[in-house]
Design a binder for this molecule. Structure first.
Ligand SMILES: Nc1ncnc2c1ncn2[C@@H]1O[C@H](COP(=O)(O)OP(=O)(O)OP(=O)(O)O)[C@@H](O)[C@H]1O
Ligand SMILES: [Mg+2]
Length: 221
C-alpha cells in the first residue's frame, strides 16, 4: 500500500544541511496499523509528511497503491491527498470559526457532491467518533479529546484508504488517549484502513501491529 525505497530527506538552509532521513526503505501492507517511534528530532514527522505527500523526499522513491508518486504533477498530488489520505495532527488543526460539522465537511468541498450529501457524510463520520451531540458546537467549546475526535471525523469523512496520524494522543490525558486509539483500532478493523501513527507513548505503540523505530534519521529495527 505504501512503499518507500531508499527515501532520503535533506533540509538545506544557507549555512546548514540537516539530513533528516537516511535511506529509509519500508513496505506497509494494505490494512496494516503501524506505529513510528523515536526520540525528538529523529525524523518521525518528516517521514510521515513524505508518506502523506505534504513534503517531497530529496531522494528515493515513494509508491502509494503501486504507483510512483514522483511522476505526478501538483494537481494530481493534491487530488491523491484529498481522495486517498486522511491526516490527524497532535494539535488538531481545526478551523476555529467553523462549527464541528462544517469542519468535518471541509475535505468534501473538493469533491463533486451536493451540500446535502456532504452533510450526511459528515454527520455519519461524527457519529462514528461518538460526537453526534456536539455537531453545532465550535472547536473552542470542546475538550481536547473531543477536538481530536472531530479531527478524526474530518480525516475519515472521505473514506481514505490511508490514515496518517502524527502524535494524535500527544496533547491528551491517558483516558482520552485510550479513546482515540480505540477509534483508530476500530477504523482499521471495520474499514481495513491502513494506518500509520507516530507516537512517543509505548502503551499506544503496543496496540499496533508493528513498530518502526527511528534514531537520527535511520531506521533501527
Ligand atoms: N523545515 C525544516 N527545515 C530544516 N530542518 C528541519 C525542518 N523540519 C525538520 N527539520 C529537521 O529535521 C530533523 C527531523 O525533524 P522531525 O520534525 O521529523 O522530527 P520528529 O522525530 O518528528 O521530532 P518530534 O518528536 O520533536 O516531533 C530535525 O533535526 C529537524 O530539526
Ligand atoms: Mg514530530
Amino acid at each position: 500500500m505504501i512503499t518507500l525505497d531508499n527515501i532520503e530527506k535533506i533540509y538545506r538552509t544557507d549555512k546548514i544541511e540537516t539530513v533528516a532521513l537516511h535511506a529509509i526503505s519500508l513496505n506497509i501492507r494494505e490494512g496494516e496499523f503501524i506505529s513510528i517511534m523515536g526520540p525528538s528530532g529523529s525524523g518521525k514527522s518528516t517521514l510521515l509528511n513524505i508518506m502523506g505527500l505534504l513534503d517531497a523526499p530529496s531522494g528515493g522513491t515513494l509508491k502509494l497503491a503501486g504507483s510512483a508518486v514522483a511522476a505526478q504533477g501538483d494537481r494530481q498530488l493534491a487530488r491523491i491527498r484529498n481522495e486517498r489520505l486522511g491526516f490527524i495532527f497532535q494539535t488538531f488543526h481545526l478551523i476555529q470559526d467553523l462549527s464541528v460539522v462544517d469542519n468535518v465537511e471541509v475535505p468534501l468541498l473538493y469533491r463533486r457532491m451536493s451540500g446535502a450529501e456532504r452533510r450526511t457524510l459528515a454527520l455519519r463520520a461524527l457519529e462514528r467518533v461518538g460526537l453526534s451531540a456536539r455537531v453545532h458546537h465550535f472547536p473552542g467549546q470542546l475538550s481536547g479529546g473531543q477536538q481530536q475526535r472531530v479531527a478524526i471525523a474530518r480525516a475519515i469523512v472521505g473514506s481514505p484508504k490511508i490514515v496518517l496520524a502524527d502524535e494524535p494522543t500527544g496533547n491528551l490525558d491517558s483516558q482520552m488517549g485510550d479513546d482515540i486509539i480505540s477509534i483508530l483500532l476500530d477504523l482499521n478493523k471495520a474499514e481495513k484502513s491502513t494506518i500509520v501513527m507516530v507516537t512517543h507513548d509505548p502503551r499506544m505503540a503496543e496496540k499496533t501491529e508493528r513498530t518502526i523505530r527511528l534514531f537520527d534519521g535511520r531506521q533501527v529495527n
